[in-house]
Design a protein around this ligand. Sequence first.
Ligand SMILES: O=C(O)CCC(=O)C(=O)O
Length: 277
Amino acid sequence: MITSKKEHALSEEQKAFYQENGYLHLQGLFTAEEAAYLREEAHALIGRLASVYGEGNINAAWGSSAKITDLPRQLLHCHNAQFHSAAFSRLLTDPRFTDRMADLIGPNIQLHHTKLFVKPPEQGAPFPLHQDAPYFPHEKHTMSAVIFHFDDAPLEKGCVCVVPGSHKLGILEHIQEGGWHLPVDQYPLESAVALPAKAGDAVVFNYLTIHGSGVNVSQEARTTLLIQFRDPTDHPVIATHLSRGQGMMLRGFDPEADAGTGVGTHSRYIEQLSNKS
Ligand SMILES: O=C(O)CCC(=O)C(=O)O
C-alpha cells in the first residue's frame, strides 16, 4: 500500500549504536525468499552483461586489490542496476529500508547511485580499506551506503568489514592509484571488524566510515547491491561521480526541487555536467 505513514523504525539502541560507531548491521531486513529472488535477478543480469561485453569488461576489481592478494581478482558489477531490472527499483524505495534510513539522516532520502556486485567463488576481489567520502565529498556528510545481501556472506566469502567510530575522523588522506584507498600497511583489512551476514541482511554505514572487504575464497559467489543515498539538501562539493538516476527521491521530497530555477537537483546536475565539459 502507498501511504505517508512511517511503518518501520530503528530502535533507540540502534540509533545510538549508529551515532557512536558509524555503521549498523540490520538482520533479516528482507525475507530469505525475497533475497533468493533478487539473487536470481542479479545473476541473470550479470550473465546478460557478460555475454554481451565479456566478463573482463564488467570486472570492477580495483588495481589496488593486488596489494591484498595474489589470487586472480574478479568483481563482476553493474552500475545503476535499477535501469536493468525493476526488481532493484522496487528495492530502492522499499519502506523497510527507507523508513529506517530516515531515522539516521532525516525524512527525505535521495539516490546517489547503485552498484550490483557479484564476487565470484575462489577469486572474488577484495576492497582495501577506504572511506567513500573522497570519491564524492558532500557538505553535510549525510551520504551513506547500504549493502543488501542476496546470499549468505560469511568471512570466507569476503564479507564487509568496518572500523567502528572512524566516521568521526573526517576525510582522511587516501591513495588514488588503483581505486581510492588508505595505505594498506597502516590500515590492514585485519584491523577492521568483519560483519558476516545472512541473505536478507543489510549493512549500512556513513561515507566517512572506513570499510572494505576480503577475498572470496569460498565455493560460492557473494551477491550484493550497494545503494548510496543522501539528504537532498546535502550538496556535492565537487562535480564528480554523476550518474543516470542520481537525484531520484527514495523517500519524502526534495525541498529544493521546486524552489525555483537553478536550485533543484536536475538544474544542479545539468550545471555540473556543463561545468565539467
Ligand atoms: O561490497 C563490498 O565488499 C565493499 C564495497 C565497497 O567498499 C565500495 O563499493 O566502496
